[in-house]
Design a protein around this ligand. Structure first.
Ligand code: NAD
Length: 543
């Protein structure tokens, strides 16, 4: 046990490599891509630090080449959930008692492993496994996850430092206990970094965790799990449980030891988990903390004073990077008629020229969508727009799943501001545009605020300050992350804490102290140095 008062300095964001032609990082990444493509990974469950096979498996394939099997993953069921809960509970006392500096050192080391010797492998696994281009993988798997680990370690120390005041002859303290029980971390397919953050944020605060990665992203999640083990994570602290949603989810949610849910994914699944908590509420030993970041219907509103070039770039990058499969992706836009008349042609031309194909060809901006069910669902929206009287497809719209799940970046123009694709989350490369009369700016802000149940991200493009201020005010509750003259995607840990409210989640801001504080159950300690020895108070004395 160390007697020093340890300090973690405020971190800097992990620098982003460019992967431009001729750079050494490009050569290294290409080599890692080749190596991973040429081997088939066997991916076990990890329970109590040990590899477990169940015999029930799923193939991990490349979304852009679905015949290419990258690995075979074991799948957990209720029996493995039970074993994992027991392992987590066994690990809990020693983990909670570990000096916080030693605990956090494991995650700081994981960050350095990820951004160092494991960087190419985690990026290549993300490129192959979820069809992300080199840059999108770099900002996610290598940089954002290292940032999450480093910044959260810093935020943990800030929380521990928050202590109450004390009157004379006593000392008041706060003991930041981990939650009593285990945390269930459930991650989505679209960010390797979120997969890593959901189990590690509670673990950093001393909690034990069951982590269920998304079935379509087990392959990169397995790399993250290996990094955590190499960094020295003790057995049982984070148990890795790939599996079908309800096969893992139902027994976990029924456990009396469930102390928290750290979820990112769709609104429907989060609401299901919340209802399960409500249904089981009398059985839990403690009220589970529920933290969930969910869907979005993210918007760009342009004012007549917007810079058209900046707007065009914001639309293209915001809507189509990672095939629109970011919870923050721009998927509806409100453009004034005066801007639209000169914007339509160059926008359509630029989107039509975006190159699409596998991420291993670095010229491709757009890769495949994640799987068959996403492909079918996105195609359904495009087909609905093609068949509608009040919408037309301006560019894109072709879908081909013969080799990989490819959907062209698609722009729909609608005359109906409440058209289906203006309201519902599509989670694919589809942007719907509604053109309004310049004079109707205030009405359009109101429309934007009330069109969808979500409130995750949004952006205003305007050069007139009054228009910016009006939007910031009218849309105050329409987005948890609001951007002025920038695309609504690309939040950076430590810079733009991320999350939204309404149907988009509990807004506990991943990658900030606000999130980390959800994973502790403080105990107040009052130690009286000079204890009273008389029951009566002075006011009780005789006149
Ligand atoms: P999803 O809801 O289909 O799956 C998320 C996770 O829930 C997966 O691990 C899945 O296996 C699991 N799951 C499914 N059924 C379950 C059950 N019954 N019990 C327990 N777990 C269950 O989401 P997805 O397709 O992986 O990701 C896309 C969604 O995630 C989009 O809606 C997107 O907006 C959202 N998302 C939100 C944020 C954010 O920060 N707000 C970030 C990324 C993604």
């Amino acid at each position: 046990m160390s007697n020093a008062r340890h300090r973690i300095d405020f971190p800097s964001n992990e620098p982003v490599n460019s992967y431009a032609p001729g750079t050494p990082e490009r050569a290294r990444l290409k080599q890692a891509l080749e190596e991973l493509a040429g081997t088939k990974a066997e991916i076990p469950l990890i329970i109590d630090g040990k590899a477990v096979e169940t015999g029930k498996t799923v193939d991990c394939v490349m979304p852009h080449d679905h015949a290419h099997v990258l690995g075979r993953a074991q799948l957990a069921g209720s029996q493995e959930v039970e074993t994992a809960i027991e392992a987590a509970r066994r690990a809990a006392p020693a983990w909670a008692d570990m000096d916080w500096a030693d605990r956090l050192a494991i995650f700081l080391k994981a960050a350095d492993l990820l951004s160092g010797p494991w960087r190419d492998r985690v990026n290549a696994a993300t490129m192959h496994g979820v069809s992300k281009n080199a840059y999108q993988s770099e900002i996610d798997a290598a940089c954002e996850l290292s940032d999450f680990l480093r910044f959260n370690a810093y935020f943990a120390t800030e929380i521990y430092a928050q202590q109450p005041i004390s009157s004379p002859q006593m000392w008041n303290r706060l003991d930041y206990r981990p939650l009593e029980g285990f945390v269930f971390a459930v991650s989505p397919f679209n960010f390797t970094a979120i997969g890593g953050n959901l189990p590690t944020a509670p673990a950093m605060m001393g909690n034990v965790v069951l982590w269920k990665p998304a079935s379509s992203a087990i392959y990169p999640a397995w790399i993250v799990m290996q990094v955590l083990m190499e960094a020295g994570l003790p057995p049982g602290v984070i148990n890795f449980l790939p599996g079908r949603g309800s096969d893992v989810g139902d027994p976990v949610m029924a456990s009396e030891h469930l102390a928290g849910v750290h979820f990112t994914g769709s609104t429907a699944i989060f609401q299901r988990l919340w209802k399960q908590v409500a249904d089981n509420i009398e059985n839990y030993r403690t009220y589970p903390r529920i933290v969930g970041e969910t869907g979005g219907k993210d918007f760009i509103v342009a004012h007549a004073s917007a810079d058209p070039k900046a707007l065009q770039t914001g639309l293209v990058r915001g809507a189509f990077e990672y095939q629109g499969q970011k919870c923050s992706a721009a998927s509806r836009a409100y453009i004034p008629a005066s801007i639209w008349k000169d914007l339509q042609a160059p926008l359509v031309e630029e989107v039509g020229a975006l190159k699409m194909g596998p991420p291993t060809d670095f010229r491709n901006f757009v890769n495949a969508v994640i799987d068959k069910s996403a492909f079918d669902s996105i195609k359904g929206y495009i087909d609905a727009a093609a068949a509608a009287d009040d919408a037309e497809i301006l560019v894109g719209g072709k879908c081909d799943d013969s080799t990989g799940y490819f959907i062209e970046p698609t722009i729909i123009l609608t005359s109906n501001p409440r058209f289906l694709t203006m309201e519902e989350e599509i989670f694919g490369p589809v942007l719907t545009i509604y053109v309004y009369e310049d004079a109707d700016y205030s009405e359009v802000l109101e429309l934007c605020d009330t069109t969808s149940p979500y409130a995750l991200t949004g952006a205003i493009f305007a050069r007139e300050k009054a228009a910016v201020l009006e939007a910031m005010n009218a849309l105050r509750n329409a987005a948890g992350n609001f951007y002025v003259n920038d695309k609504p995607t690309g939040a950076v840990v430590g810079q733009q804490p991320f999350g939204g409210a309404r149907a988009s989640g509990t807004n506990d801001k991943a990658g900030s102290a606000l999130n980390m504080i959800r994973w502790v159950s403080p105990r107040t300690l009052k130690e009286t140095f000079v204890s009273p020895t008389e029951t009566s108070y002075p006011f009780m004395g005789e006149e």
